[in-house]
Design a binder for this molecule. Structure first.
Ligand code: 13P
Length: 254
């Protein structure tokens, strides 16, 4: 089954509006015609999103995502951003359940599930992040952890809804460390994730779901990772802060 690769730049708490303008100007000069075969997404901090939209000026060459969204509709929830607001500004994606939100903000898969359902109800594609810590991997809990994160985080979805979700497998020990999973380890985790998705939603939906790899992806390791059968793209942090290296990763997935 052919799945369109999806490469997303998670800028995390980097890139204010001024830097984003500079990044987008450089990215434009780096991308080529063949890059059309890849879904490309930038995920800026909320405050930078309007500037990105202004620069794109309606061009759908680059998708825009948010780094989080509230599980509530509106009202007295200080600091939160709703799906309605993301829709109003034109965000097509939202990263949910990133390990940094699980670690620093106490988000559980059950809580993230509410956000996944909110996003889907609003027509926004969730990029649902999962991944094990080094301790969990070394104590043989890899599959138990990944399965629980999938079952709890994607609970109550119909197969048709699940088919639209992007899953990002980001081993926590590979994030920001310069240590990537080997392509064989990554492929084996991705194949396992797809098998769990097939158990929950059927083979057809599982075959349609794009599973990104994340964790120290860079232009040097991207070709081998993207060449694996069940790796359908990347969620990139550090290397996506430089337009030339983000573009190189995009080209590696063609
Ligand atoms: P790095 O690419 O910096 O390891 O970050 C990965 C990540 O967390 C993307 O969401």
């Amino acid at each position: 089954m052919s799945r369109t690769p999806i490469i997303a730049a998670n800028w995390k708490m980097n890139m204010g509006p001024k830097e984003a303008r500079e990044f987008l100007a450089s990215l434009k000069s780096e991308l080529c015609g063949d890059c059309k075969a890849v879904d490309k997404v930038v995920v800026p901090p909320f405050i930078t999103i309007p500037t990105v939209m202004e620069v794109l000026d309606g061009c759908d060459c680059l998708g825009v995502g948010a780094q989080d969204v509230s599980d509530r509709d509106s009202g007295a929830f200080t600091g939160e951003i709703s799906t309605t607001m993301l829709n109003e500004i034109g965000c097509k994606y939202v990263v949910l359940g990133h390990s940094e939100r699980r670690q620093y903000h106490g988000e559980t898969s059950a809580y993230v599930n509410k956000k996944v359902k909110k996003a889907l109800a609003a027509g926004i594609i969730p990029i649902y992040c999962i991944g094990e810590t080094l301790e969990q991997r070394e104590s043989g809990q890899l599959e138990t952890i990944l399965k629980a994160q999938i079952v709890e985080g994607l609970a109550d979805l119909t197969p048709a809804q699940a088919a639209t979700v992007v899953v990002a497998y980001e081993p926590v020990w590979a994030i920001g460390t310069g240590v990537t999973a080997s392509s064989a380890d990554a492929q084996s985790a991705h194949a396992f994730i797809r098998s769990v998705l097939a158990e929950g939603f059927g083979q057809e939906a599982a075959d349609a779901i794009r599973i990104q790899y994340g964790g120290s992806v860079n232009p040097g390791n991207a070709v081998e990772l993207m060449g694996q059968a069940d790796i359908d793209g990347a969620l990139v942090g550090g290397a996506a802060l430089v337009a030339a290296s983000f573009a190189a990763i995009i080209k590696a997935s063609i």
